[in-house]
Ligand binder design. Structure first.
Ligand code: KG4
Ligand code: ZN
Length: 330
């Protein structure tokens, strides 16, 4: 598996991605075409428009990934495609392209769980992975805390019962009239605000100490913004960010006390947030924390190709593979 060349394909949401990865770790190319620009005016992903862009982008992006890597299709050993979770229409476009190429080029095909791939993004650099570990996926669609027993062996510990953390950032951004996707804008604005200006709290889920709930927090922000008392946008952004992140850090800390671990692996677009990184570093000075590199934290195909090489275990009929809008990680 050290030299296996994988074409990774990603189309779960609003990014069309293709990448060539060697041996599960070496990224030869990582190409992305985003349709975020067309979703901006809707304040969130408009699935049908995302699908139309995927259709236009998928083959050119794959072509560019192959050319940038300096290889030719016969050198590809395996095709790995994100099979879910995600928007069904969007997933189908990546999946059908992958199936078509798998048959045309006579290459094996493997379906990859996109959320698992977000976790793999922070392991991709490592020769040996410290285990058992804790994993935390913080993205626009997912908030997931898991025990990692091995690559491919996970025990879910907690998840969100309503909004995902990135979704909460995007909704708060919309309340503050900031563009979509809102996370980076909220982070920027929060730097100028007082995180203690508003007294907010994140949700606790009864009898599920590791589960998350951000919809009440988002509603509290709505009341603060629309309320009679004048509040500064920067203070709202800072207070929201602090409250949401402290909740994540505290629940991770409780998980660490409950489930001994050697390291913490993080993944997903929200990991681009520098304040989040600071809070984790402060809370866990003695625990190795692995963050995805900048090019692998948002959706991308390199993490799909990398994990494909790790997980491939045998040839099966590519036509048997189906997309899944929802899939558990274990
Ligand atoms: O992983 P990702 O590209 O997509 C999903 O798989 O969902 O994550 C996108 C999410 C968006 O909600 C975006 O607002 C959020 O990541 N995000 C951030 C930051 N950069 C991106 N959230 C907070 N702070 C950031 N700097
Ligand atoms: Zn993602």
């Amino acid at each position: 598996m050290d030299s296996v060349i994988v074409l990774g394909i990603e189309s779960t949401c609003d990014e069309t991605g293709a990448a060539i990865v060697q041996g599960g770790r070496k990224i030869l190319s990582n190409i992305l075409a985003s349709s975020a620009d067309i979703h901006e005016k809707y304040g969130g992903v408009f699935p049908e428009l995302a699908c139309r862009r995927h259709i236009d982008a998928i083959l050119p992006v794959i072509d560019e990934a192959i050319q940038t890597a300096g290889i030719i299709p016969p050198q590809i050993d395996l095709i790995a495609v994100a099979k879910g979770p995600g928007l069904v229409g969007a997933l189908l476009i990546g999946m059908n392209a992958a199936k078509g190429l798998s048959i045309a080029w006579n290459k094996p095909l493997i379906g990859i769980n996109h959320v698992e791939a977000h976790l793999y993004a922070s392991m991709m650099d490592l020769e040996t992975i410290p285990l058992p570990a804790l994993g935390l996926v913080l993205s626009g669609g997912h908030t997931l805390l898991v025990r990692i027993l091995d690559v491919g062996r996970y025990e879910p510990i907690g998840t969100t019962v309503d909004d995902a953390i990135g979704e909460a950032f995007d909704k708060v951004a919309a309340l503050l009239d900031l563009p979509y996707p809102g996370g980076p804008h909220v982070e920027r604005l929060a730097k100028k605000g007082n995180p203690k200006a508003l007294s907010l709290s994140a949700g606790k889920v009864k009898r599920s100490p590791f589960d998350f709930s951000f919809s009440g927090l988002k509603t509290a922000v709505l009341y603060a913004v629309r309320g009679k008392k004048k509040v500064e946008s920067a203070d709202v952004a800072a207070s929201f960010q602090e409250t949401a992140f402290k909740d994540i850090v505290d629940k991770t800390s409780l998980a660490r006390k409950t489930f001994p671990c050697q390291a913490l692996f993080l993944g997903g677009g929200v990991c681009s947030n520098q304040h989040l990184r600071t809070l984790f570093a402060e809370k866990f000075p003695d625990l190795p924390i692995f963050w995805p590199p900048a090019n692998l934290s948002l959706d991308n195909a390199a993490m799909i190709g990398g994990l494909g090489a790790k997980k491939f275990s045998g040839i099966s009929d590519p036509l048997d593979l189906e997309v899944q809008a929802r899939i558990p990680i274990a």
